[in-house]
Design a protein around this ligand. Structure first.
Ligand code: SPV
Ligand code: MG
Length: 434
């Protein structure tokens, strides 16, 4: 009987190293490729450039591949146990580094039926990680960027978004990674905040900075990043104007706009009931969302309805009634529920109840005041997207004031120097200076 060989692959960027391992695998029998799904990858690495279907299409047309099956977990064990292949093949690079545990597990699982693990020398000089870096340098297209948010929402337990207000904060969101024992953490995308966009221009957060001005600055972010963007659209303005906003954002590759159910002069929500603010009627707001949905060109762009009931001191029931209508009558693609309550209890109640009614509608939360809660806990309540809405600007401002104060106090910058990054470091921060 023909032997079977299992090979797990992401197969995003094809290169000779991958063809080599396919050829080696096929020598031992019928080669089954376990193609990692977006979900399997999302917790461990960035999402592939190609979708699962696109990758599948490429791999099943490579000579030597008998068939392609989805690998839905990061661990090989479930697929190995299901398929019980005679061989599993892998590059010997997993003997070191973070994949060591996967290797141990695969070796012991294969023993359950007397299967064998074949390790072949890793192809030097060409590998997916270095190609990945090269591709990242090229950047992205509006179309690819736009689609990424929906893919992340589908693939991840919780999507982590950071506020950015210029190219530099954009680069932090794009590149920062923190590695600890449980893996590597990074941000999934960016929040273009009305609060920080206005504040960084010395203006109040009252829709005084117009779309054109905000887009000009967002262009700087778009130019040096690839991650998806969620745009804070304030109230969305007049419905007749909102349709143009949707088209502008889409054309620029923004993935989603969030509009809030306020009317009249909008003030920042974190004032709570200290500022007089009026909520729009359910009818009007649904009509505005619908006009936006009808105006969008792509199928992937998202219009997320933001409910201000809890900010306005109203009940969770009121928020639920509104949000259900925004989804059912307005056609909103998601809900953002906002609160400035410190405990997060109102958010917990809203999310658990809304999630039970609409389990597939993504909930967005902005834990600025209830910031003791971790993403995992919010996700347990049904939150899909967590936005850290203002932290880059709030961190930058006190640091700048500190340095400026020191110069005033000492009539020189010697003392401020240690508050600043070294000149060498800032010169090398942005590649391409030299
Ligand atoms: C923003 O970042 O501008 C927001 C979120 O709208 S909040 O400031 O919390 O209202
Ligand atoms: Mg705002």
């Amino acid at each position: 009987m023909t032997k079977t060989v299992y090979l797990g692959m992401i197969a995003d960027i094809m290169h000779p190293g991958l063809i080599h391992i396919i050829n080696e695998g096929a020598k031992h029998g019928e080669l089954v490729v376990g193609l990692f799904t977006d979900k399997a990858i999302a917790r461990h690495k960035r999402l592939p450039y190609l979708t699962y279907e696109q990758r599948k299409n490429v791999v099943e047309n490579i000579r030597g591949v008998s068939r392609v099956v989805p690998q839905k977990e990061w661990s090989y064990a479930p697929n190995l146990r299901r398929l019980k292949p005679d061989y599993m093949i892998h590059g010997d690079d997993w003997q070191q580094g973070p994949d060591r545990e996967l290797r141990e597990e695969a070796l012991s699982v294969m023993q359950e039926w007397g299967g064998e693990v074949i390790e072949i020398p890793y192809t030097k000089g060409i590998d997916s990680s270095s190609l990945d870096k090269e591709i990242k340098k090229i950047g992205t297209t509006p179309d690819v960027r736009l689609k990424t948010l929906r893919r992340l929402i589908d693939a991840k337990n919780v999507v982590r978004i950071l506020e950015v207000h210029d190219g530099l904060s954009g680069l932090i969101c794009e590149n920062l990674e923190v590695t600890d024992h449980s893996g590597t953490e990074s941000f999934d995308g960016m929040w273009s905040s009305s609060l920080t966009d206005s504040t960084s221009k010395g203006k109040p957060d009252i829709e005084a900075v117009d779309l054109t001005t905000r887009m000009q600055d967002l262009t700087n972010v778009l130019e040096c990043t690839t991650k998806p963007i969620i745009y804070d659209g304030d109230t969305g303005g007049k419905p007749e104007h909102f349709v143009f906003t949707v088209r502008t954002l889409e054309r620029n590759g923004v993935s989603a706009v969030i509009i809030e159910d306020k009317t009249g002069l909008k003030k920042n929500s974190l004032f709570g009931t200290d500022a007089v603010q009026t909520q729009d009627s359910i009818e009007n707001f649904c009509a505005k969302i619908r006009m936006g949905k009808n105006a969008q060109v792509t199928k992937d762009f998202m219009i997320i309805a933001r409910c201000e009931s809890l900010i306005a001191g109203k009940s969770v029931d009121d928020a639920l009634t509104r949000c259900c209508a925004y989804v059912e009558q307005g056609g909103a693609d998601g809900i953002m529920i906002h609160s400035k309550e410190k405990t997060g209890e109102d958010i917990r109640e809203f999310c658990t109840r809304f999630h039970a009614l609409h389990p597939y509608v993504p909930i967005v939360a902005v834990p600025t005041t209830y910031n003791h809660l971790r993403e995992e806990e919010l996700a347990d309540w049904g939150v899909k997207v967590v936005i850290y809405a203002n932290h880059m600007l709030r961190a930058a401002y006190p640091a700048m004031v500190k340095a400026a104060t020191s110069i005033l106090q000492h009539h020189r910058s010697l003392e401020a120097n240690e508050l600043c990054m070294p000149i060498k470091q800032i010169l090398e921060l942005i590649p391409g200076t030299k």
